[in-house]
Design a protein around this ligand. Structure first.
Ligand code: GLP
Length: 252
């Protein structure tokens, strides 16, 4: 796993979007699709905005891109305000030429008894696309990836989960109404199956959990520490999020 620290978060965003743009263009030139694993949250808003800018100003086409989102609140109607499906549509999907049948977002309106079967079907669809080429990740203050909260085994499958109260409290700032107690999340197993994994974390509020994930013994108490088992993982931080790391990992 590599770590890069940037003086400005915008530079970290440009760096990861440069990589995505190069990957999408290379695949398209070779006549192959590109499968991107997408995430939500404040951190990703800037990434989505930069992807939209590249589409508008540099002609980056998403016609051959497939996207797989990490998670969705449960229960929530498809496209409801506050849902991750709604956020993705508003921030990215409606602004680019991504075909609607190339989009996978977990369905938070599924009945509880149907979740296991739908979760398997979701992962089957990702596999049919050839798996995720590049997975974008944020990190929650609990150390979660997607909504895999502390205690999650590193090989956990896609499933219904209960949200940590810290996660619900953080979401309350932007969620319209009471934050759901549950969510459907891709498991750490499927997340770590992506060929490349890129985690972004910005701001002082993330410094402590970033240091725990990267520098303390790896374990299920910090799900993001599982990234250290991945062969091609890169963590992009701003100076504030890197403040508790004990060494200098980079100086971009
Ligand atoms: C939510 C998402 C996570 C994301 C996290 C961080 O909990 N399920 O995938 O990493 O938010 O959000 P933010 O970028 O707003 O700090």
């Amino acid at each position: 796993m590599s770590v890069r620290v940037f003086a400005e978060r915008a530079a970290a965003v440009r760096c990861v979007v440069d990589e995505i743009e190069a990957l999408v263009r290379a695949r398209a030139a070779a006549g192959h699709p590109c499968v991107l694993g997408l995430a939500t949250g404040r951190t990703m808003e800037d990434v989505h905005a930069e992807l939209v800018r590249r589409h508008r100003e540099r002609g980056l086409s998403f016609a051959s891109v497939h996207t797989v989102n990490l998670d969705e609140y449960w229960p929530v109607e498809r496209g409801a305000p506050g849902s991750f499906g709604h956020a993705m549509h508003e921030q990215l999907f409606r602004h680019v030429d991504l075909p609607p049948d190339h989009i996978l977002v977990p369905d938070g309106s599924v009945a509880e008894r149907d979740v296991p079967e739908r979760a398997r079907a979701f992962e089957d669809a990702v596999a049919a696309w050839g798996g995720v080429d590049l997975q974008l990740l944020g990190i929650g203050r609990t150390g979660h990836l997607g909504f895999n909260e502390p205690g999650t085994p590193f090989d956990a499958p896609t499933r219904l989960v209960t949200l940590h109260e810290t996660t619900r409290a953080d979401a309350a700032a932007t969620y319209p109404g009471e934050v759901p107690r549950h969510a459907i999340t891709r498991g750490l197993g499927p997340i770590l199956a992506a060929r490349r994994v890129r985690l972004l974390a910005f701001g002082a509020a993330k410094a402590s959990i970033v240091a725990r994930a990267l520098r303390r013994p790896m374990g299920v108490d910090v799900p993001a520490s599982a990234l250290r088992t991945h062969a091609d993982a890169l963590v992009l931080l701003d100076t504030a999020a890197a403040a508790d790391l004990d060494d200098e990992a980079g100086d971009d």
